[in-house]
Ligand binder design. Structure first.
Ligand code: BTN
Length: 250
């Protein structure tokens, strides 16, 4: 397993681990530097959003990045969009001409099927300041779950006809793009990140259904606000949604 990352990154390569995000968190708690990347060929306890498991057999990309940005915890979620833009660019590079979209909040789709997910976890210090973030990235490269095993139909980049590349080369591309998006965030703030994300947003301007923790709600997807919350126009007005799953658009 080999990857040459841009020089600001510190790569930790592992054959196997419980979860690269758990390992990144452990290392961050022990002082790992900003931009430490934990990469594993497989995970025995891969985690997805909302407590779900993430099937992590060899053949796909599993990596987590430790970040120590100079901002408060209220801005942490902006990094899910920084990462989504980076993944979209990296995936579009290996799938020229493909329909690559970003599904709120943290998924990447190709042709309307999920190809990658992002798990953002933050740790705050005793004073409530942001200690570190871990951005977990899973990209389906050589395999993907069956449709009946997941909430949203999935695919993988090889099945979509990706140009030949190793998982290490894909990680290099993801880190290169992540670096660019992070620089954009540092210089221009969330505004340009949000604009770029909206250009690829799945279902934007149309009717969508959202599964929330206690209900499913339908409405028009109007956009995301300055905090990354989804704006849904319903009969009752515009709802600001902080967490949920966008369901497939019919
Ligand atoms: C989701 O779509 O629910 C997010 C999935 C994130 C999976 C990645 S794989 C690398 C990292 N380690 C984990 O345990 N999870 C993330």
């Amino acid at each position: 397993m080999d990857a040459v990352l841009p020089q600001s990154f510190h790569l930790v390569s592992l054959e196997t681990i419980d979860s690269t995000s758990s390992e990144a968190r452990r290392r961050a708690q022990s002082g790992a530097a900003d931009s430490t990347v934990v990469w594993a060929l497989e995970q025995s306890a891969g985690r997805g959003r909302m407590g779900r498991s993430w099937v992590s057999e060899p053949g796909n990309l599993y990596a987590s990045i430790v970040l120590r940005p100079s901002c408060g915890p209220e801005r942490a979620t902006e990094f899910a969009f920084v990462a989504a833009n980076a993944l979209a660019e990296a995936i579009a590079t290996v799938l020229p001409g493909a329909d690559v979209t970003c599904k709120w909040p943290n998924d990447l789709l190709v042709g309307g099927r999920k190809v990658a997910g992002i798990l953002l976890e933050a740790e705050t210090g005793p004073s409530g300041s942001l200690d570190f973030l871990v951005v977990g990235i899973g990209i389906n490269v050589g395999h993907h779950p069956d449709d009946d095993a997941v909430r949203f139909p999935a695919t993988d980049i090889n099945a979509e006809g990706a140009t030949e590349m190793t998982i290490g080369e894909l990680l290099e591309s993801v880190c290169f793009q992540f670096h660019r998006q992070r620089k954009l965030w540092e210089h221009a703030g969330f505004r340009l990140i949000r604009e770029a994300w909206l250009e690829r947003a799945y279902g934007l301007g149309g009717m969508i259904a959202l599964r929330l923790p206690e209900r499913t709600v339908g409405g028009t997807f109007q956009g995301i606000d300055e905090q990354g919350a989804l704006l849904l126009k319903t009969d009752g007005g515009v709802e600001r949604i902080l967490a949920g799953d966008v369901l497939p658009v019919a």
